[in-house]
Design a protein around this ligand. Sequence first.
Ligand code: KIV
Length: 263
Amino acid sequence: MLPAELIGFKQRGKSITVLTAWDSLSSAMVEEAGADVVLVGDSLAMVILGHATTLPVTLDQMLHHTQAVGRGFKNPINKQPLVVCDLPFLSYQCGEDKAVAAAGSLLKNSCAAAVKIEGAEPEVLSVIERLVRMGIPVMGHLGLTPQSVHKIGYRRQAEDKVSQERMFSQGLQLEEAGCFSLVIEHVPAAAASHLRERLEIPVIGIGAGKDCDGQVRVTADLLGFSTKQPPFSQALIPGHQLCVEALQNWVHEQRLEGGNPTK
Ligand code: KIV
C-alpha cells in the first residue's frame, strides 16, 4: 500500500490501525494481527533500549530495528503492512540536507516507505516540503511530541483554546506541506475530533479519544510489557507477569528434574 492510499481509508470511513514494532518477532505478530500500518517508533528508545526518553536513539539504531521488522513479515510484499519509521531526534532538526540524507537512508536500506516527524515549526515544515518533493512520504506528529520532553514534559497538550487553535493551524500547515497523515498524541478528544473534521488527511490518535480516522498504539504497552505504562494506553494483557510466571515455572521444573538423573 502506498502511504497516500491512507487518505482513501478516511474517505471510505474505514478506521486505520497502526501498531508499533521493533524487531522481527513483534512485526510478525503485528502483521498477523492485521494492522494496516507498522510504525517503527522512536519509543523503542524507552520501551526496548531502556532509555529514560526517546532522545538517545540514533539513526543507525532506527535503521537496524527497521531492517529486523522487515525480516519478520511473512506475507508477500504487496500484502505487507505499510512501514513508517520515526526520524530520531537531531536527524531532521539540523537542516534539510541532513534530513533528506537520514530519511533517504531509511527508505534505501530498509522496508520503510515513509518517515514520521514531530512538530510543525517553520524549519520542520520546510524539511517536510523538501522530503515530500524528493519522493519521501511524511507522517506528521502533533500534541505530545516526546522529542520535546525538555520543553513540554509528558503532559496532555492543547488544553486551552489558544493552544487548540495553534494545533489546528499547525495541522493545516502540515497538510499543506504534504504530510499524508498526522499522528495526534495526548490531547482532549474534542480537539482531536475537530482537527479530524478540518483536515483531508487522516488524523491518527493516541490518547486523543475515539473520534479519529485511526488509532496508533505502542505494541509493548498493549501487551503489558512496558515498565512505564502511559495513562492513555491500557494493557490488553498482563504480558510481563504472564511471561515471568511461565519462565518461573520452567526454572522450577528444571531444578526439580535436574536433581533426578532418571529423567
Ligand atoms: O514512537 C512512537 O511509538 C510513537 C507513537 C506513540 C505514535 O511515536
